[in-house]
Design a protein around this ligand. Structure first.
Ligand SMILES: NC(=O)c1ccc[n+]([C@@H]2O[C@H](COP(=O)([O-])OP(=O)(O)OC[C@H]3O[C@@H](n4cnc5c(N)ncnc54)[C@H](O)[C@@H]3O)[C@@H](O)[C@H]2O)c1
Length: 361
């Protein structure tokens, strides 16, 4: 069957990951277009990745008949509108995390794609990260007995682009940005059980001069099957990206560290080109990663999504996944605002952005 023809909306950090991922699966997909509004960025990106068409307006990319599937790597506030426009244009959609800003947007995105008969795929790469997939395979095999606690933590020194720090554009701080991964992870790992309640403690510990968003949070999720998820999210950890899980059952446990656990413990007095995402230095002791995209699961994710477009596989991360995460994000912010557990279903209407539930409970 022919390769799935992918157009990327956005041309910076995550766009590079998606482009690298698509180029790593030439048997399933190819890059045919990119769109980005900043003058010259789309053209530079296209040149760097060998993409034939570059647009400054994503509507033009949506009119390109070659594009079958778009990958949205634009800021969070644009996810819903781009998805709805893409559905109307008959394009399948891969949307980056978090799915959107509000639950109403999540509903509208899911409806628009369903009506248009296109796929809405949710880019949660942790469902494809090889170490985490191995941990889940062992858990599903019964290696740990009944799993009662799953922890995921994602921590770094803070985002690279200004819009993440502006809650009007991002919807919230570290929980919107990083906690969405852990929420999805715990839910997926445990077999997608219903969420019963959410408790979250949030604080702005270090970056109060830059953002109204939380830069440090602990979120506890109670699932209907009795298991607990614990998600740690931080923008306050210098030294490079940290992404780890811990899984506990009555018959065993496992620990996985996606980045440092795969890295080469390295000492250099002079430094070198690149160690790991968000590491400020390569001098002294560092943990340079190799095959970074593969360890995260980006090529595996895009392979699965391309095969879903061709009807060879059924999506394991779709708009519904994103909506589950969105509801837990709402509950987490509301919990931090109210200082108590919030039970689900939790779908307050008319919320402008999740962080408002913390700041104005
Ligand atoms: N899955 C992951 O691990 C992961 C990692 C990083 C970012 N992300 C997500 O990807 C998205 C983008 O993040 P990023 O780090 O690449 O941000 P970024 O700031 O590095 O890049 C954003 C891109 O969007 C473009 N853009 C802005 N307005 C646009 C418009 N109207 N039309 C088309 N493009 C537009 C910008 O020009 C830029 O190229 C966010 O939703 C983020 O949460 C996911």
């Amino acid at each position: 069957m022919s390769k799935v023809r992918v157009g990327i909306v956005g041309s910076r950090f995550q766009a590079d990951c998606i482009a690298g991922a698509v180029k790593a699966i030439p048997e399933e997909a190819e890059l045919v277009a990119v769109a980005s509004p900043t003058t010259g960025h789309a053209a530079d990106f296209a040149k760097r990745h060998g993409i034939p068409n570059a647009y400054s307006d994503y509507h033009d990319l949506l009119r390109d008949p070659k594009v079958e599937l778009i990958s949205i790597t634009a800021p969070n506030r644009l996810h819903a509108q781009v998805t709805i426009d893409a559905a109307k244009a008959g394009k399948h959609v891969v949307c980056e995390k978090p799915l959107c800003i509000t639950l109403e947007e999540a509903d509208a995105m899911i409806d628009a794609c369903a009506k248009a008969g296109v796929l809405l795929l949710y880019a949660e790469e942790l469902f494809f990260a090889p170490k985490y997939v191995k941990a889940k395979q062992m858990a599903d095999e019964g290696a740990f007995g009944r799993v009662h606690l799953v922890k995921q933590g994602e921590k770094h020194s803070g985002p690279h682009s200004p819009w993440f720090w502006d809650v009007e554009q991002s919807g919230g701080g570290a929980v919107m940005d990083l906690g969405c991964h852990g929420i999805a992870f715990c839910w997926w790992f445990l077999g997608k059980p219903k969420v019963k309640s959410v408790y979250s403690h949030m604080a702005t510990q270090v970056h109060g001069d830059r953002t109204q968003g939380e830069d440090e949070a602990i979120t506890i999720i109670e699932f209907e099957n009795g298991a607990t998820g614990m998600v740690e999210s931080s923008w306050n950890r210098p030294g490079g990206m940290d992404d780890c899980i811990e899984v506990f059952g009555d018959k065993g446990q496992t620990y996985a560290d996606v980045l440092m656990g795969n890295a080469l413990p390295t000492y250099s007095e002079v430094g070198f080109g690149y160690a790991v995402e968000k590491a400020a230095t390569t001098k002294g002791w560092t943990y340079p990663v190799f095959e970074e995209h593969w360890n995260y699961g980006f090529p595996q994710e895009m392979r699965h999504f391309a095969r879903c477009v061709r009807g060879k596989e059924t999506p394991i991360a779709d708009g519904e996944t994103g909506r589950v995460v969105q509801e837990v994000l709402y509950a987490a912010y509301a919990s931090a605002g109210q200082g108590r557990k919030v039970t689900l279903p939790f779908r307050p209407k008319g919320v402008k952005k999740p962080i408002d539930l913390w700041k104005h409970p």
